[in-house]
Write a protein that binds this ligand. Structure first.
Ligand code: SF4
Length: 326
């Protein structure tokens, strides 16, 4: 995919408070009255795409750490991970707060007893450093029993359920070995919202066979689902993934930063204006990342998004609002 590289962009701290899209950091500050940082946790869960219940090998872009830190396999117990993470947050300021983010694998793909045990690790820190729990999972592994438990915790501390949609196309969800449907996602969001839980939907732009219109379609599905927050990022080819093999065979193109910003701007225009953008890029270590190798920092992408919305004279939700007008 070719588009001009944006070589001259430098992160503008003013973009911490963008005016044309709803960014997470200012929303957290308004909501919790303090800077809030994520503490990524690996509870050693699994995933039905890896253990054979649904599939094997995982989603094509997912590495063997289940898109997480890999801390569990390195032998770091959950309580220790949390302790270290909260210490890092404390170093960022006496008033800094934390979201305990259960990131790796499908965190509700465990027994209710195990889910309760995992959540209990946060208990000593609720009301002090931890201000929210965020539980990442697949839409087809969110049982009513899990929702009941999360709703109980939601009475103590805000609980968000993070659900991967990734792409709003059932055929592509099969092609990338995700093996759930768009309807599964919509149903999971509806059931989580009915329990009063916060909801966040994930999307990946640039998946093979999707394209620019696909990015718009995924945004429209996320908007219609009513998720409170949205995480988006560009397709990244990581080592030890199925995608690595496809990429080495020349079957995968990745987006340059200019193309990604154009597609991301379309995506943001299609969202609901009230939805909070939790993320617009993703992280990977230099060792893990094979492509694309961008030369701009992820913070620069925020500046580029705001600049592109300004250049177009649009903002988050403007395409959705225009489509709704008679
Ligand atoms: S569902 Fe999540 S953990 Fe499982 S293979 Fe896909 S991205 Fe990885």
């Amino acid at each position: 995919m070719n588009a001009p590289l944006c070589r001259d962009v430098r992160y503008d701290r003013a973009m911490d408070r963008p005016t044309r899209y709803r960014a997470l950091a200012p929303w957290l500050l308004e909501t919790f009255g303090a800077p809030v940082h994520r503490v990524a946790l690996d509870a050693g869960s699994s995933c039905p795409n890896r253990d054979g219940a649904k599939g094997r090998g995982g989603c094509v872009y997912c590495d063997v750490e289940g898109s997480g830190t890999g801390a569990w396999k390195r032998g770091d117990e959950l309580a220790r991970q949390l302790e270290l993470g909260l210490a890092r947050v404390a170093r960022r300021g006496a008033d800094a707060k934390a979201i305990a983010y259960f990131q790796s694998y499908s965190n509700t793909y465990v027994s209710i007893e195990r889910l309760q045990e995992v959540l209990y690790v946060t208990l000593p820190h609720l009301g002090s450093r931890i201000v929210a729990l965020s539980i990442a999972t697949r839409p087809d592994t969110l049982s009513d029993d899990a929702l009941t438990l999360l709703a109980e915790w939601n009475r103590r501390v805000p609980v968000w359920v993070e659900l991967g949609l990734e792409v709003a196309d059932d055929a592509l969800l099969v092609a990338i070995n995700r093996l759930h449907t768009v309807a599964d996602f919509e149903d999971a969001v509806r059931r989580a919202k009915a329990r009063g839980l916060g909801t966040v939907g994930h999307a990946i732009l640039g998946l093979p066979g999707d394209g620019r219109e696909g990015a718009r379609r995924t945004a429209r599905t996320l908007a219609a689902s009513g998720v409170d927050g949205v995480k988006a990022h560009h397709l990244m080819v990581l080592r030890r993934t199925i995608l690595e093999k496809w990429w080495r065979e020349g079957r995968v193109e990745t987006l340059d930063v200019g193309t990604y910003v154009a597609w991301l701007t379309d995506f943001v225009e299609e969202l609901g204006e009230e939805q909070v953008l939790h993320r617009i890029t993703a992280d990977a270590s230099d060792d893990e990342l094979l492509a694309p190798k961008w030369t701009v920092h992820k913070n620069d992408v925020r500046t580029l998004l705001e600049a592109e919305l300004e250049r177009r004279g649009t903002r988050q939700g403007s395409a959705r609002a225009a489509a709704a007008r008679p």
